[in-house]
Design a protein around this ligand. Structure first.
Ligand code: KMH
Ligand code: ZN
Length: 274
C-alpha cells in the first residue's frame, strides 16, 4: 500500500481557546502548532489564520506572514491554505490566499448546512475558484461534505471548469447537517472517484480516529487537527496538534502503513518536487 499522507488542520475558523487553550491565534502559536504536527509526522498543514484576538480572517498579508513563518521553520512542509474561510465570508475575501501561489488550496464543493449556519459554495462560485486555481497553478483539494459534492466536483472537472485529473479529494464526514462519518458513506465516496485520484478522510469530532482507522486500512490518507477535533481521547483535551498526529502515526504503525515525508507526499499527489 502507498505510504500514508497525514494532513494537520491545526486551527480552523470555528474552534476557540475556550474549547481548547492550545488552539492557535497568533503567528507564533500557529508556527508552534504547525511545527508540532510536522515533527510528529504530518506532511501537509491545512492553514486557516486568525487575528491575534482569535477572529478568523482570510487577509492575504496575514496568510503571507503565517505561511512564511511556518516555512522558515520547516521549509519542505506542504501548505494547504483554506479558501473556505469562515461561514459568511464573501468569495473574494475567501480567495485571497490563492494570490500567494501556494502549491495547494481547498476548494469546497457545494452549499450545505454547517451546524446552525449555511456554508455557501454555489456552482458559479466553484467555477470561479476553479478558474483561479487553474490560472495560478494551484492543485485543489476538493472538500466534499456530502455525496452530491463529489458528483458536482466530478461534473465540473469533466467540463474543464475546475482542475481535472489527477484529483485530490478530502471526504469531510460528520459535520452537523452533512453526511455522517460512517464507513458506508466513506466507501460510497471512495468507490466513485476516478482511477488515479487520491483521497483523504476527515472525521469530525469523536469520529476523527475511527474514520482515520478506516482510511488507513482502505489505502486512503488522513487529516486530523484542532479544526476537526480537540480531544486525544474521550474527555482528554489534546495538548497540541502534534499529539493528534502522533496518535495517527501509532495507528498506522499497528496497521502496517508507513508515513509519507513531504517529498513522498508531493510524488503521490503529483505536485512538483521542491
Ligand atoms: N470553516 C468552514 C466553514 C475549508 O477550509 O475549505 C470551511 C472550511 C473548509 O474550513
Ligand atoms: Zn478548513
Amino acid at each position: 500500500m502507498e505510504k500514508l499522507i497525514i494532513t494537520a488542520a491545526i486551527c480552523g475558523a470555528e474552534v476557540t481557546k475556550e474549547h481548547n487553550p492550545a488552539v492557535p491565534y497568533t503567528v507564533e502559536e500557529l508556527v508552534r502548532e504547525a511545527v508540532s504536527a510536522y515533527d510528529a509526522g504530518a506532511a501537509i498543514v491545512h492553514v486557516h489564520v486568525r487575528e491575534d484576538d482569535g477572529t478568523p480572517t482570510q487577509n492575504k498579508e496575514r496568510f503571507r506572514v503565517c505561511m512564511d513563518a511556518i516555512k522558515k521553520e520547516r521549509p519542505d512542509v506542504i501548505l494547504l491554505p483554506s479558501t473556505g474561510g469562515a461561514v459568511g465570508m464573501t468569495a473574494e475575501e475567501r480567495l485571497q490566499p490563492t494570490e500567494l501561489f501556494p502549491e495547494m488550496a481547498t476548494l469546497d464543493c457545494g452549499t450545505c448546512n454547517f451546524g446552525d449556519e449555511v456554508f455557501e459554495n454555489t456552482i458559479p462560485m466553484m467555477r470561479d475558484f476553479g478558474k483561479r486555481m487553474m490560472e495560478n497553478n494551484i492543485k485543489p483539494e476538493y472538500e466534499c461534505f456530502e455525496m452530491g459534492h463529489l458528483e458536482t466536483a466530478l461534473h465540473l472537472a469533466s467540463k474543464g471548469q475546475v482542475p481535472g485529473a489527477p484529483m485530490q479529494f478530502n471526504f469531510v464526514l460528520g459535520v452537523p447537517g452533512c453526511a455522517s462519518a460512517s464507513v458506508e458513506n466513506l466507501v460510497w465516496m471512495v468507490n466513485r472517484i476516478p482511477a488515479g485520484s487520491t483521497w483523504t478522510a476527515t472525521g469530525i469530532g469523536r469520529s476523527e480516529f475511527t474514520l482515520a482507522a478506516h482510511a488507513i486500512a482502505m489505502g486512503g490518507h488522513v487529516r486530523v487537527g484542532f479544526e476537526d477535533n480537540l480531544y486525544l481521547s474521550r474527555g482528554v483535551l489534546a495538548k497540541s496538534n502534534g499529539e493528534l498526529v502522533e496518535k495517527v502515526v501509532q495507528m498506522a504503525k499497528l496497521l502496517g502503513r508507513e508515513i509519507a515525508t513531504p517529498a513522498e507526499a508531493r510524488k503521490i499527489l503529483n505536485l512538483k518536487p521542491l
